[in-house]
Design a protein around this ligand. Structure first.
Ligand code: NAP
Length: 199
């Protein structure tokens, strides 16, 4: 398969690349790194990406920014980042990407544990993650041509704990390699409309 991997240099993306590159052609995509560049918060940038890559069989997005801040310090602008980047960025990857994806292809998006298990300063992440999982469930029943869509909802990663540990006390982190298996299941399996919780 020809697979577009957005966020390929990241904590999750690099593990997904390692898993999928064993069996597939993986195009590594980042905001500033990789074989191709895209800013998922910009629809024109997304369209330019697909015009450069050409048609593909699967798209994986392991990218998406949100603001982490205590709720009593947040205003609408703080939420706007998560809405335009992690949420609508991934929704737009499907809305625009469906013009370029081959029959039977799949979209795999990244949400996260925080809508199920919230933390302090995580309100925007929780909101966006819940919306993404809901979008995947709904979009799957309307996609034509055998297209599929799933989301991966990981716990905090072992590899992210050096930076994230103070925010995730009591959470049991999951290795990136285990998270990568859920992406492989989404891309290489047959299920659709699913959210795979890892850890
Ligand atoms: N790390 C965790 O423990 C964890 C757990 C659950 C969920 N998640 C979610 O998983 C996603 C990825 O997390 P991560 O920790 O793997 O991230 P990361 O290590 O910070 O890597 C982010 C990757 O995404 C790319 N990127 C960032 N903003 C982008 C944009 N606007 N458009 C296109 N590409 C962009 C970066 O490209 P450049 O390198 O070129 O800048 C990089 O390749 C996030 O949505 C996060 O909330 C992470």
């Amino acid at each position: 398969m020809k697979i577009l991997l957005i966020g390929a240099s990241g904590t999750i993306g690099s593990a997904v690349a390692k898993e999928l590159e064993q069996r597939h052609e993986v195009l590594r995509i980042g905001r500033s790194s990789g074989d191709y560049q895209v800013d998922i918060s910009d629809s024109a940038s997304i369209r330019r990406l697909f015009e450069q890559t050409g048609r593909f069989d699967a798209l994986v997005c392991a990218a998406g920014n949100v603001t982490f801040a205590p709720l009593d310090e947040m205003n609408a602008e703080h939420f706007a980042l998560g809405l335009s980047d992690k949420l609508m960025g991934q929704v737009n990857l499907l809305l625009i990407g469906r013009e370029f994806i081959n029959d039977g292809g799949s979209f795999t998006f990244t949400s996260g544990i925080l809508n199920r298990d919230p933390i302090r300063s995580g309100a925007s992440a929780s909101l966006v993650n819940g919306a993404l999982d809901a979008f995947v469930k709904a979009a799957a029943i309307e996609l034509p041509r055998g297209l599929r869509v799933n989301s991966i909802s990981p716990n905090v990663l072992v590899e992210a704990m050096p930076a994230y540990a103070p925010y995730f006390r009591g959470f049991k982190p999951v290795p990136a390699a285990d998270v990568a298996l859920a992406y492989a299941k989404s891309v290489e399996g047959m299920q659709t409309g699913q959210t795979y919780q890892v850890g």
